[in-house]
Design a protein around this ligand. Structure first.
Ligand SMILES: Nc1ccn([C@@H]2O[C@H](COP(=O)(O)OP(=O)(O)OP(=O)(O)O)[C@@H](O)[C@H]2O)c(=O)n1
Ligand SMILES: C[C@](O)(CO)[C@H](O)COP(=O)(O)O
Length: 240
């Protein structure tokens, strides 16, 4: 069965959500942990569904939580749910395989970036629509960066003027992402890396501080604080 949000949309969004969340500490799989009373995945999917050009959403859930995730998301948006894999890359590949014919722009977006503004999702899709093969949202690095030895002795200070921290959603022409995953050998930490290995150009667009990845307990506390503040001020910046 094909599950669609907006039949006129041209974008499919893959949501890898099958990670354990080891760095967040013991508990349920990270995408199902609560932020302001709702799972991270619900926050992420609600923001994706807010973008008018999104036609299809495919979530890669922890393999033993597929039915639970389907039930959880049913009241949020019409999404397809597939079992994820042992690595993020395998989860993305499983979701990509489930995208029905139609959308020619595919975004890959971490469930863990739960407060990503819909405007960022829209801007990445727009950059692919405008002709880019692959697009990543980036931020400059705020700290000085050092290269160190295995036992933490500084080797040198890295020139950070041309370094960027990369976020999601990452956007791709569908054929490019499919070719990149088909050619993938070892797992990489992001999908744009697979496209780089193909020799295709990857274009940067400005990222958003609100698209930070909830990785450690401090990130979850920060997200709680930002949501509470947005709700108090009734802004729609992080809370569409
Ligand atoms: N086998 C995996 C591993 C990760 N992810 C997803 O990829 C995104 C980015 O991963 P990260 O935030 O690093 O999550 P975890 O792998 O869960 O974190 P940790 O390494 O702390 O366990 C998350 O939405 C996560 O659910 C996935 O779908 N399948
Ligand atoms: C894909 C990603 O979010 C880009 O920054 C990131 O690489 C995933 O995080 P991980 O900790 O490397 O799995």
């Amino acid at each position: 069965m094909t599950v669609q949000l907006n039949p006129r949309g041209d974008v499919a969004v893959l949501v890898p959500a099958a990670g354990a969340g080891v760095r967040l500490g013991p508990g349920r799989p990270k995408a199902l942990r609560l932020l302001a009373g709702e799972p991270l995945l619900v926050h992420a999917v609600r923001r994706i569904a807010f973008v008018p050009s999104v036609r299809t959403v495919v979530v890669a859930a922890p393999a033993d939580e597929v039915d639970a995730v389907r039930e959880l998301l049913a009241p949020v948006a019409p999404v397809q749910v597939v079992p994820g894999g042992a690595e993020r890359q395998a989860s993305v590949a499983a979701a990509l395989a489930a995208v029905p014919a139609g959308p020619e722009i595919v975004l890959v977006h971490d469930a863990a970036r739960a407060l990503t503004p819909p405007m960022l999702i829209d801007s990445v899709a727009a950059a692919v629509r405008a002709g880019a093969a692959a697009v990543v949202p980036v931020l400059p690095i705020a700290d000085t960066v050092k290269e160190v030895t295995g036992d933490d002795v500084v080797l040198r200070t890295v020139d950070r003027s041309r370094l960027r921290a990369v976020q999601t959603p990452q956007g791709f022409r569908r054929s490019v992402l499919a070719a990149a995953h088909a050619a993938a050998a070892d797992p990489l930490t992001d999908d744009a890396g697979l496209v780089e290995q193909l020799g295709e150009p990857v274009t940067c667009v400005p990222g958003s501080e609100h698209a930070f990845k909830i990785t450690r307990p401090f990130d979850l506390s920060l997200a709680e604080h930002l949501l509470a503040e947005a709700r108090r001020q009734q802004t729609r910046i992080v809370c569409p």
